[in-house]
Design a protein around this ligand. Structure first.
Ligand SMILES: C[S@@+](CC[C@H](N)C(=O)[O-])C[C@H]1O[C@@H](n2cnc3c(N)ncnc32)[C@H](O)[C@@H]1O
Length: 276
């Protein structure tokens, strides 16, 4: 462990102690807390070899979740493969605010479903609701399907290949999306953990990063159920622009919610009872 921490630190891994502990726990099949509790235990040769392989991968800046093949999100495990964005903790804000707005027996649409972390967390939390997840990537939809099954919610979710202007036959009460929003200029500054491992399609729509918001808000402001909500995750510094797009589309009761770092991350707007 000590040696791995030094090597990971020297390679510029941000939290070498935590990552070494998670990787050792993963290869030994134990809880990370037990790595601390059992620090004087011997690790056998097979365990040491597996640990070395995992450390080598992390030294190349492959994120821990991708080495383990899963990530915890909203208290549940989600399978993560190279075909999907590694779910981020700040996206839990969108789930939390979405759940608060979903009526009993409601329907939710998740645009750019990726691993399924948003819609599937909601369905797992709320046995009364059903949902649809849309993604342009068939490979991402296959991962979402595996996660739906693992969580036992596959009967309540439809996973459909399509673009931002896809809408289910049945009207929904809530449209959520964590779309690609990184600007073309910011792409060059991303860490290797992100740029080398998250799908490009999941990161950026190019230019000012707002293209997906423009399409989603303009289209779904007229299709979500009257009094229903649209909620999107925003990149740092984008919440004002996103709220302006919502206002322009006629949405009301606009609200933005900050993440733990104080950055406005989730923006919601409501379709009024009458037009649009
Ligand atoms: C930022 S990721 C979000 C994934 C997941 N919802 C999450 O929060 O972790 C954006 C997702 O949008 C999908 N996507 C990109 N362009 C799209 C488009 N034009 N229409 C539909 N989905 C798209 C990507 O394949 C990717 O899965």
């Amino acid at each position: 462990m000590r040696e791995a921490v030094l090597r990971l630190g020297a390679a510029g891994v941000e939290n070498p102690m935590r990552d070494a502990r998670l990787l050792l726990a993963h290869v030994l099949g134990i809880d990370p807390v037990d790595v601390i509790m059992r620090e004087t235990d011997q690790v056998d040769a097979a365990g040491l070899t597996a640990f070395e392989v995992a450390v080598q991968r992390r030294l190349k800046h492959e994120p821990v979740s991708r080495i383990r093949g899963w990530r915890e999100f909203y208290g549940r495990r989600f399978i993560v493969t190279p075909d999907v964005l590694d779910p981020r903790p700040e996206t839990e804000l969108l789930v939390e605010q979405g759940i608060a707005r979903l009526p009993q027996g409601g329907r939710v649409l998740d645009l750019g479903v990726g691993s399924g972390c948003i819609v599937l967390s909601m369905l797992a939390e709320r046995p009364d609701v059903a949902g649809e997840g849309v993604d342009i990537s068939a490979a991402a939809l296959a991962v979402a399907a595996r996660n739906a099954e693992a969580l036992g919610v596959e009967a309540r979710v439809a996973l459909v290949q399509g673009g931002w202007e896809s809408s289910p036959a049945e009207t929904v009460d809530l449209v959520l999306s964590n779309p690609p929003y990184i600007t073309a200029d910011e792409m060059g500054a991303l860490s290797r953990d992100v740029i080398d491992h998250d799908p490009h399609l999941a990161l950026t729509p190019g230019r000012d990063g707002l293209a997906a918001y423009r399409a989603i808000i303009a289209f779904h402001a007229r299709r979500v159920r009257p009094c229903g909500w649209i909620g999107v995750e925003c990149g740092a510094g984008q919440a004002d622009d996103v709220c302006a797009l919502m206002a322009e589309a006629g949405l009301v009761e606009l609200a933005a919610y900050a993440d733990l770092a104080g950055i406005p991350r989730a923006a919601f707007g409501r379709r009024p009872q009458k037009a649009p």
